[in-house]
Design a protein around this ligand. Structure first.
Ligand SMILES: *Cc1c(COP(=O)(O)O)cnc(C)c1O
Length: 466
């Protein structure tokens, strides 16, 4: 199986090269040229597998021989053995046909671990085999940075440098990044905003000579392998709730559209998904799109759910590619218009198609607090603000009460303790393995908002020799 770009002008690549490339050279995102499909019998045979066994079965067709099956199976087993819960992604019943899929049992307590823990191992494996090394550079407003650091720590072929805005991430989030005592992990606290951090990273990637010399690489959510690893828990939830015989629906608190695109991919692969509900906070570009058929950029507003504070959902381009019959030239035209005018429209016929599967729902901070409070009163569960948006969106948009609605819990409540305590009066405790987080020594370097200073730092940190 080979992969092509959503914009149709980048070379077709095999899985291992797509993994290392991240973004395609034409600015597009990689997708498989043909999709694996599981029959009803295949899915029936998934029931009862462990999460790691299921993960190997769902992902192997995407590798197409670029990794040995036994190597990959071992990597996957090692990845999910490090998760806290025996089921890895357990389902919890909130009410009749009302479910929560808990995706916060990885080392950094957010769903990003489910893909990034595997990605770190895949990077190391593929690079070691090729005799190469990379320097991973990224900007974070919180969850991605800690998950990426935890995934790459102590990996021989990788150095990782993460920029966060100095004084502007939560203390739990900062400490999850800065208390990792590994020689290949470097934290920059930049005197600036998250946007400044992102601009720094973009500028480094745009400097071709610098990029090549340090072999810069990224593990952000446009990396295909992250989507691939996220498809697994949709199959896990589906087969646990009766697929392929019974259909089910999902409600996903959404930022970059990566997580919910993985649900769409699972559906393409045969999982009977009836409905996909996208939950957003005040940064509601997707909800507005599903309501109006127009994608229009807006500024970013800070909310209680910072991991969804985005201006554009970069992974939506993957879905658009599917909706436009995999016509890369059309996607390219739409994305160019979007960049130039800050908006684009989708034809009514296409929009009608989209609306049969997707709906969107927005919650402001007050409604998010109310949802956290109500869920706590009803069920005793503490939900973080992102997960609460998922649950509320699912309840608001469900079309068929007889079909299970599964809301994704994307972060542990202890990751956002202030919001949860304000809503419920209960301060959620960190899980035992992170209980001493506030006593661990921190290591980070404060740098000015100056590209040359950041580049000099990255040059010193990187072990790549040109
Ligand atoms: C990243 C993140 C999201 C958004 O996921 P996308 O794949 O960007 O849509 C939602 N909740 C939490 C807790 C996150 O960390």
């Amino acid at each position: 199986m080979t992969y092509h770009s959503t914009r149709g002008q980048a070379p077709v690549l095999a899985f291992d090269d797509v993994l290392l490339a991240g973004l395609a050279r034409d600015g597009g995102l990689y997708l498989p040229q043909t999709w694996p499909r599981f029959s009803k019998d295949d899915m029936a045979a998934m029931a009862g597998l462990s999460y790691a066994e299921l993960a190997a079965r769902v992902m192997l067709p995407f590798l197409d021989g670029t990794l040995r099956e036994d190597d990959f199976t071992a990597l996957v087993a090692e990845t999910y053995a490090g998760f806290e819960h025996a089921a890895v992604a357990p389902l919890k019943e909130l009410g009749r046909n009302d479910w929560l899929l808990e995706l916060f049992h990885g080392p950094t307590l957010a769903f990003k671990d489910y893909a990034l823990q595997l990605l770190g191992r895949l990077f190391d494996h593929v690079l070691t085999r090729k005799g190469q090394r990379v320097t991973i550079v990224g900007a974070t407003s919180g969850d991605t940075g800690s998950a990426a650091i935890e995934a790459c720590r102590d990996r021989e072929a990788v150095d990782i440098i993460i920029l966060h805005p100095h004084g502007r991430v939560s203390e739990v989030q900062r400490r999850q990044m800065t208390t990792v005592a590994s020689a290949n992990v470097h934290n920059i606290a930049l005197d600036g905003t998250f946007d400044d951090c992102q601009d720094m990273v973009k500028a480094m990637f745009n400097d071709q000579a610098f990029r090549d010399a340090l072999r810069l690489s990224a593990v952000n959510s446009i990396n295909w392998a992250r989507i691939m690893a996220q498809i697994v828990y949709y199959f896990a939830a589906g087969t646990a709730l009766g697929a392929p015989q019974r259909p089910l629906s999902f409600a996903v608190p959404t930022g970059n559209f990566g997580n919910v695109y993985a649900a769409f991919a699972a559906r393409r692969m045969g999982l009977p998904i009836a409905q996909l509900v996208v939950g957003s906070n005040a940064n509601d570009i997707l909800t507005r799109f599903f309501e109006s058929g127009t994608m229009r950029m807006d500024g970013v507003r800070p909310t209680l759910s910072p991991s969804m504070d985005i201006q554009v959902s970069s992974n939506f381009e993957r879905y658009l590619f599917d909706m436009l019959n995999e016509d890369g030239a059309r996607v390219r035209a739409v994305m160019e218009a979007f960049r130039a005018q800050g908006r684009y429209e989708v034809e009514p016929a296409v929009m009608q198609d989209i609306a049969t599967l997707f709906s969107g729902h927005r919650l402001d901070d007050e409604a998010t607090r109310q949802t956290i409070r109500r869920l706590h009163q009803e069920t005793g569960e503490l939900l973080d603000p992102h997960s609460a948006i998922g649950v509320a969106a699912g309840r608001a948009c469900r079309r068929d009460a007889a079909i299970p609605m599964v809301a994704l819990a994307t972060a542990h409540p202890a990751k956002f303790p202030a919001a949860v305590e304000a809503a419920t009066g209960v301060r959620p405790a960190l899980p035992p393995r992170l209980a001493d987080l506030f006593e661990r020594p921190e290591r980070y370097d404060v740098l000015p908002n100056d590209l040359e200073a950041v580049k000099a730092y990255v040059r010193r940190a990187a072990r790549v020799t040109a």
